[in-house]
Ligand binder design. Structure first.
Ligand SMILES: [Zn+2]
Length: 288
């Protein structure tokens, strides 16, 4: 018995469908990939397995309710802890200290849920697990037998970039590799965690655009650090340039994403860093 009888589901493949929402929830046979924000869209559906792409609370808001109704919760091994302990994600963004609640993005707020099995150990003949890290530590995508890739937050489409000029990611090197993985895969449609589904050709174009945006962010950071700049100055400089919202939740997202870029630029020796007057400074390497 499939779940195609879903009230508001939209078909994307022979058998695959999704429930549109702030986070898209995929549907394939008796599997749901990530969850909607409300109970309403999946009421009456027979969900055997909830396949989570990663441990950000906005992607598993209803996991508890679905588990209570009998579904098994499946998550990548190195993301499962964050599903069971969302407070750890909140602490991680604050260098493991406990952040005041006002500083925490709503993406990290949610109810914990026990994980029944790791995605890596969950064997299905009709769903392939594709590692897509970078947005989070060990995110995966799920590729169904009818050729639909549910990609979590690995690929941001232009639709998303317009709204979020600095989308969340922890490691730009890994994001780049995961985008390359997506471009090498065979599928008919890609359903991103946020935004409308796209065809494989569109996904290829969007992945290229995503990579270009990462290059542009690197270029801005290299320009901002022609003179040595403290971490806070770099954050402010980039935020002003991208006209980011000036609020605490956005600030902490920016801190992580910018550190992700700086770390990658340091690793590839395009920026150097040093400590002066109790502050860390970043400076573009000569020739950048
Ligand atoms: Zn996420």
């Amino acid at each position: 018995v499939g779940v195609s009888g879903a009230v508001e589901s939209v078909k994307v493949g022979e058998e695959s469908a999704y429930l549109p929402g702030p986070v898209n929830a995929g549907l394939f046979k008796r599997c749901m990939i990530d969850t909607p924000w409300d109970e309403e869209p999946f009421r009456g559906l027979d969900v055997g397995y909830v396949l989570l792409t990663h441990g950000h609370a906005d992607h598993f808001r209803q996991a508890r309710a679905l588990r209570h109704a009998g579904a098994k919760i499946i998550a990548p091994r190195d993301e499962a802890l964050f599903v069971e302990r969302p407070d750890l994600n909140r602490r991680a963004m604050f260098s493991w200290a406990n952040p005041p609640p006002e500083m925490v993005t709503s993406f990290f707020r949610g109810d914990s849920c026990p994980v029944d099995e790791f995605a890596e150990d969950w064997h299905s003949l009709s769903v392939r697990i594709i590692p897509l890290p970078g947005h989070s530590y060990a995110q995966v995508g799920y590729l169904t037998a009818d050729g639909v890739l549910f990609s979590g937050d690995a690929l941001y489409t232009r639709e998303l970039w317009r709204e979020y000029p600095l989308p969340y990611a922890i490691d730009t090197g890994l994001v780049r590799r995961s985008l390359a993985t997506i471009r090498e895969l065979e599928f008919t449609h890609l359903v991103p965690g946020h935004g409308a589904p796209i065809t494989q050709d569109q996904a290829d174009e969007e992945a290229e655009h995503h990579l270009r945006r990462l290059d542009e962010l690197d270029a801005i950071l290299l320009r901002l650090t022609r003179e040595p700049r403290s971490t806070e100055e770099v954050i402010k400089g980039l935020a002003l340039e991208l006209r980011l919202r000036d609020n605490l939740a956005q600030y902490w997202i920016a801190v992580t994403v910018i550190k992700g870029h700086l770390s990658h630029l340091a690793e590839t020796r395009r920026v150097r860093f040093f400590l002066r007057d109790y502050m860390v400074f970043w400076q573009a390497s000569p020739g950048e």
